[in-house]
Design a protein around this ligand. Structure first.
Ligand code: AMP
Length: 323
């Protein structure tokens, strides 16, 4: 069930002079594209408002500009009559630089998110709707419904968000509305999807080699397909944990129902990225804290190999319930 509508988000955005936008930890195309797309839209359509973005794109999507603001450099006067906006995220353990929110720097808080989550932060305004393929689709929808001007730059960010979180328009969440908003992103500007599709499609050779290794070495137990990208394997292919985290490599192979990529993290934990087509897995991921996410796309944290295998067993039991 959705919580509120695009009008709640618009009302909040229109009300405040100074807007600060946050993305989630381990950023991806959706949270970054939503954050910078919303900033561009506000700057264009409400030129008197001041908009700031906090975070770090950690080198991702270098074909777009990611110039973040630094909290220490923002004049304190901008925190008066301010709105903090969390896009594509929810709880405090999921937000980059969440301390700036928890320290109550902002007058009010807005959340625009497509995850069905009850967060531990008390947002004054929430627009949560899990039927959207991407938070970027929600933001582009606000633009479309409000008849906002969309610059080429804003269109690129929002298209990046929608393209990446929809699995290139492949996932179940994609619907007519998704294409309507993408069509709207083309209005009165020079945006061309190829400008984003082409740089996104370029594949780094070391990642291709890693993909091939994963394809040849994954395990399949009880229709749960998995691979563990250990520290040793990351080193072998000269990949960072983020670079070795493409769970899509394992998608839809044979008759598998659930697929999982485990990735060793520098802090000693094992990140699990869990996906399925129809079996809901977020409640199982929630047991491996911090964990959770969408019904069919979620994440979990394991603290040992034993926990990793427990998670696989839990997922196998879930498959048995559904076949
Ligand atoms: P990811 O595999 O990181 O792309 O995550 C898939 C979805 O699950 C995302 O939309 C996240 O919001 C959510 N998610 C991933 N990891 C966690 C976690 N540790 N705790 C809560 N939600 C998560």
């Amino acid at each position: 069930m959705a919580k509120n509508t695009w009008k709640t988000a618009l009302e909040a955005i229109e009300k405040y002079d100074n807007i600060f936008i946050f993305h989630h930890i381990r950023p991806d195309g959706d949270c970054l594209g939503s954050q910078f797309g919303l900033r561009e839209l506000i700057k264009t359509n409400y030129p008197k408002k001041h908009v700031f973005v906090f975070g770090d794109n950690v080198g991702l999507f270098p074909f777009l500009e990611w110039e973040f603001d630094k909290f220490e450099e923002v004049d304190k006067k901008y925190f008066k009559n301010s709105l903090g906006v969390v896009v594509d995220a929810n709880s405090s353990n999921r937000i980059q630089f969440v301390n700036l929110i928890l320290d109550k720097n902002f007058t009010h808080m807005l959340r625009i998110d497509h995850h069905p989550v009850d967060p531990d932060i008390n947002y004054d305004y929430t627009w949560e709707d899990a039927t959207y393929a991407a938070a970027g689709e929600q933001i582009a929808y606000i633009a479309m419904k409000s008849n906002w001007e969309v610059t080429t730059k804003a269109a690129k960010y929002l298209y990046l968000a929608i393209n990446t979180d929809s699995g290139r328009f492949m996932f179940d969440y994609v619907q007519k509305r998704t294409f309507d908003v993408v069509s709207y992103l083309h209005k009165n500007n020079d945006f061309h999807v190829w400008d984003v599709n082409f740089p996104l499609s370029i594949r780094e050779e070391k990642k291709v080699r890693f993909n091939a290794y994963v394809m040849l070495n994954y395990k399949n137990e009880g229709k749960v397909l998995y691979f563990h990208a250990t520290n040793k394997i990351q080193k072998k292919f000269k990949l960072t944990p983020i670079e070795a985290s493409d769970v899509g490599i394992l998608a839809n192979i044979g008759d598998c129902k659930i697929w999982v990529l485990f990735i060793d993290q520098p802090d000693g934990t094992i990140r699990a990225r869990v996906r399925s087509n129809e079996i809901w897995i977020n409640h199982i991921c929630a047991k491996y804290k911090p964990g959770g996410g969408h019904e069919v796309a979620a994440g979990a944290t394991c603290y040992s190999k034993k926990e990793m295998f427990n998670l696989i067993e839990d997922l196998k039991s879930e498959v048995i319930k559904h076949v």
